[in-house]
Design a protein around this ligand. Sequence first.
Ligand code: AMP
Length: 405
Amino acid sequence: MRFQELGLGRAALDGVESLGYEDPTPIQEQAIPYALEGRDVLACAQTGTGKTAAFVLPILDRIPVRGTVSALIVTPTRELCVQIEEVAETVASATGHRVVAVYGGVGYEPQIKQLKRGVDLVVATPGRLLDLQRRGDLDLSEVSVLVLDEADRMLDMGFWPDVRKILSLIPKKRQNLLFSATLDARVLRVIGDTLTDPVQVDVAPAATPVDLIEQRVYPVDASQKVELLIAMFKEWDEYLAIVFTRTKQRADRVEQALASSGVPCVTIHSDRSQSQRTQALKNFKEGKHSVLVATDVVARGIDIEGITHVVNYDMPDKPDEYIHRIGRTARAGLTGVAATLASYDDYEQLYTIEREMGMTLTSVDVEGFAYKDRVLPRRDRATAAPRSAFSGGVMRRRGATRRWR
Ligand code: AMP
């Protein structure tokens, strides 16, 4: 299907051209026609599927250019907020709308100044949005389209009370577009009273078939994780890697250890200021630093091309998170490595992930590394029954993945 067949008007199609997209992705193909009809849409799609344009294009096609807030996009993290704004600005340069991003961690004044000039579309994180509304700097009484982006993540991050408050500030009669990487019971519970007769669209992610990711486990004693990580990077001579840790403190520690052993790395987590985070991401994207150390919360949704290795320094809490993490590599048809450091304490989680994946991950050692006593994972288990997909269809198994690039 072509973009021209989705029902978008001339200006929005010019916007597509400015974005440089040739053909729509599956989520765009499925969601845009319904969104243009004014229907509520419930979309199960993760980052990397093209979901941003799936809501930005129909919104800017439909809302008037009048300088009052007609559409509101609420998203959990500052990084996502900025990423969405970039797409929206590009399309708006063709449609003539004004777009403002409001998010915390930076001064109020520039955002207030922009709002005062008149705005049609606001992209926001919940806290700052509510602050600005309370201060009287933002009028939400004319919002006719609401997007809740990464709804599952907003729940995980405890934003739902804020989201409810936002819902109470905007007109009841409106169009709702809800995007979520997973549609588990929690998400479904909260959307009940948010959406009206929604059309559900559900797509497999873009080019992240499990088969293109080489998944490895590095068994190691917990006390040697840092040393092993350094040895791993010495062994891989070329990489653009993300290292996931469970906490900010651990992210800092890993960053320091890597840096002092000569591995150029940066870290982003919620204790860093917005400008530090932006600079760190920029350095990483430009390849100045080849390792990004991050916690799940901030890394979620960040779109970076060319990641060669995803390292689980700490185990993810849930199998879904494992899939989110490793899906950062092997984009656009390239291959990638997902390396999980696992000590004895991690094995239960490892087995759960393997059960969910329906496969036993290969254990790998770094040659020449002086391993202390360690317990190796059980490897005699028959592979558990494969599941067709993780909950929410985050990543499909062989054969079910649709490719669009
Ligand atoms: P998203 O899921 O919105 O974060 O998009 C993931 C990536 O896909 C971004 O780098 C987009 O620029 C890119 N993208 C989105 N839609 C298309 C398209 N129709 N054609 C090519 N690239 C796209």
